[in-house]
Design a protein around this ligand. Structure first.
Ligand code: C5P
Length: 233
């Protein structure tokens, strides 16, 4: 049986990839399937948590049972939904692939090709860093967890980048996933390292290659250890 160590806790999790509209029928998107975020939500619910799952675009996945599912499209919508959920969450997990940029304007009508006019150029504007904002606005005792998809082998790439990202974003825990070569994205398995702000990410806990539910269980183990000192809200 699974531990009920998240009983009485509210966790807010973002999942999937945002879609940033160019016009009523087109968008800029990414390859996130939402599988890792959905697995986190499912396992948290099984371990007794009250779960808000903020889902941007995902593959055709069955939503986990017993979670409060909020569907969003764009990064700005995801930001609003996570801000709202974070007001009462003991733990906030940003597993979504948030677009770093969005089209500066969204055309009201479908953009048409024309032989008389030059081809359009898309201007992009930066989206807010939602994880960094959630860190700034967190209340005492609230845990904030981020994800980082990094390429390269261990020390040479992902870990070094992960440690820098942990410091830059200010989150309590950072899951570093090795990506590239068919790893992590759009697949059933995941692996990487878990870094904690407690020691500046010095001691990376290896997350061995396994199902996304197994990685989720290891993350909730680490979260629940940190929550031991925080009374349920
Ligand atoms: O900087 P990078 O995109 O690699 O950071 C990844 C982490 O930051 C993930 O947890 C992702 O959900 C979050 N993120 C965010 N807002 C953005 C971009 C990424 O919250 N605009």
């Amino acid at each position: 049986a699974l531990p009920r160590d998240l009983e009485g806790r509210h966790v807010a999790i973002s999942a999937g990839g945002t879609r940033e509209p160019l016009d009523p029928v087109r968008f800029l998107g990414n390859r996130s399937s939402g599988r890792q975020g959905f697995a986190l939500a499912r396992v948290a619910a099984q371990r007794g948590a009250t779960v808000t799952l903020v889902a941007a675009h995902t593959a055709d996945l069955d939503p986990p049972a017993g979670v409060d599912l909020v569907r969003v499209g764009t990064a700005l919508e995801l930001r609003e939904a996570m801000r709202e959920a974070a007001k009462t969450a003991d733990v906030v997990v940003m597993a979504a692939a948030v677009a770093d940029f969005r089209p500066a304007t969204t055309a009201e009508h479908k953009i048409k090709k024309s032989d008389d006019r030059p081809d359009p150029v898309v201007e992009l504007t930066r989206n807010p860093d939602i994880l960094a904002e959630l860190v700034v606005h967190r209340f005492p005792g609230q845990l904030v967890v981020g994800f980082a998809a990094e390429t390269g082998d261990a020390e040479a790439g992902p870990l070094e980048h992960g440690r820098a990202k942990l410091a830059r974003k200010g989150c309590d825990l950072l899951v570093v996933n090795a990506v590239g070569d068919g790893q992590a994205f759009e697949v059933e398995h995941n692996s990487g390292w878990l870094l904690s702000a407690e020691d500046g990410g010095a001691s990376a806990t290896e997350l061995p290659l396994g199902g996304k539910a197994e990685l989720a269980a290891l993350l909730w183990d680490a979260v629940s250890k940190k929550l031991e000192y925080v009374p349920p809200g």
